[in-house]
Design a protein around this ligand. Sequence first.
Ligand code: XIL
Length: 345
Amino acid sequence: LTLKEAYKDKFLIGTALNTDHTNGSEKSTSLLIEEQFNTIVAENCMKPEEVHPSENIYDFRKADQFVEYGEKHNMFIVGHTLIWHSQVPDWFFENEDGTTCSRERLIERMREHIYTVVGRYKGRIHAWDVVNEAIDDLEGLRKSKWYQIIGEDYIELAFQFAHEADPNAELYYNDYSLILSHRREEAVKLIKKLQEKEIKVDGIGMQAHYGLDYVKIPDFERSITEFSALNIKVMLTELDISVLPFPTEKISAEISQKYEMLPEYNPYTDTLPDSIQQQLAQNYVDLFKVLLKYEDKVSRITFWGVNDEHSWRNDWPIEGRTDHPLLFDRNNQPKEAYYSIIELG
Ligand code: XIL
């Protein structure tokens, strides 16, 4: 049994992909993807900095490859992401002389961007993460450039433009740490507001970049209940569980430092000790038990990457560590966590 088979009538099971996984240069990874997953999301190749590096230049080479790969294997294809504060080039927000552009100009650029990107894959990309990470860590909405220049209606405008560009695509709001109470409440507010204005929103993505023993299961469960009460799809969209300590206090000052400089955060080496393997498996099992309890509300579980080698968690929140957050190891071998999840399914 593979993941997608074990959860066949319950959830779509997915992974984030970069094109080097799909262009044939990594055969064993491609095979693994094809047997284990039935949905894919673009890890980087559809972000504005990749597809729209300057105002009059679009580059869809990688994005096209990604979509063709998904179509070839009959997968549910998710586009990620249209409007985000990160991995977006500065030109969006500037006039030719470098001053901040007007609300009207930014709205027009946003419309053009969304029409072009969503329009290109109309009927082929099944769902979009329309707005990503719009909620602030302390309170309210994030004061991103989108927010500062357009105002908080940038969110509804983005959804409206995406809907106009492909009326049949599912449209999602996606964010991290939605198990924290203020972020959960803010997300509920955001979705309700869209619904009150009759803006089409089909789902909410909980990114789920977790760590060992980071998730309080009752909080996780509460988010799933509250989000599903909004009558939208609930998804885990970027699941990974880091086995390394999360350096909360050091993160801003030392984020780019190598782990050697932080002996207290020494990462585990290439092989994961058995005790940590088991802990990782248990953490996944705890999450999946809740997800199964809500199987009629949860539509998709997507891992943020295929194997530990390519996981972004090796470089976040600190660069250069060796992490083991996924279900497959550096040789594409299934880990204990994999077998535990299969067994639950
Ligand atoms: C990450 C990618 O995995 C990295 O390769 C890239 O360098 C930075 O972005 N939230 C998101 C994702 O919505 O797009 C991010 O992906 C991880 C956090």
